[in-house]
Design a protein around this ligand. Sequence first.
Ligand code: KG4
Ligand code: ZN
Length: 384
Amino acid sequence: MDVFQLILPICGCVRRQSRAGASSLVLGIETSCDDTGAAVLDLNGNILGESLHSQKEVHLKTGGIIPTVAQQLHREHIERVVNEALALSGVSPQQLSAVATTVKPGLALSLGIGLEFSRRFVTQHRKPFIPIHHMEAHALTARMTEQVEFPFLVLLISGGHALLAVARGVDDFLLLGQSLDEAPGDAMDKVARRLSLTKHPLCSPLSGGQALELLAQSGDRTSFSFTTPMGQSLDCNFSFAGLRNQVSLVIEKKEEEEGVAPGSLLSCVNDLAASVQHTVACHLAKRTHRAVVSGGVASNQYIRKALSLITEREGLRLLCPPPKLCTDNGIMIQSVCINPLTDIVLSLLHVDPVLFLRAPLGSDLTAEVRAAAIKVPPVKMRIT
Ligand code: KG4
Ligand code: ZN
């Protein structure tokens, strides 16, 4: 974990120099989960102004995201966040070429606030609207900071997803594998909750994944030995629920041994964090060969090192966006738009009233990948 992430303010904003010659300016809006993000970018990917309001602290207190609470917080902050991004960019609504907003997947109540705001904004200012797929935006984030040509392989690991896909174009993906149960961020958040890490003096403002990464730095990963999931499956899918189960059993045993009530801070918490993180990193690395990584969990430096073992061995390039661009934000939304504005769709701004809007990424090739049963040579996971 780098220091920058630790001191990342709850409400952050940045002003960047406006560059001459940037003709197409896009306002990006992201409200799919628990971050209200907005940013103004030109089509070269230059960030002219951005603003982000994170709800993390509120949800940490309640032990998870309550959709109605998330919705209310988006409602309270969206106007300020958008105005701040515009003001910092020095771009007026009239100067914008389009508004790009996450439409799926995500929490319907959260998405609804971004969509409703965008609908009013584009109607008032008569701007085209670009609907954005949240996972496509994560998948393309690396292209905002690196020169990456299509096609490339994406490992997308976040609080909601674990998937491997070939990105063939801005909206053309082949899905090779995905989590069969929960996402790595979700699993780490649940482990952190089970360990009551919000009570830990160093971890109270951190997400579960961030807390585990921090504690793991002073832990011994060999103290506990967890089985790396899906060792026998020759496909590109992932699984984290079984690992979480293994961890829960160990926590129960340790609580008994230490004679403390469930949910107390264990003395071996650093070692547990290191062992869990190591197993997650090994699982991700073992199922990945060529990777461009994004999503909140991708900001984990240990997981990046594990993946670099694979890419170094295979003579491939591992590209990871800066941690700040990995977690949800208004800038990533425009990674989808860094191409000429010829494909703008003025779509209906409507969200079905389901709790979580699902939207698969690209064409599903997971069955074909499983049938191919590709054997991978073993790699020693000496992550330093
Ligand atoms: O991409 P994101 O902001 O939201 C989703 O689209 O899910 O990812 C949030 C997730 C949370 O589960 C959080 O615990 C995890 O990313 N996360 C991390 C780290 N930073 C955030 N997991 C592991 N290590 C980190 N440094
Ligand atoms: Zn996300």
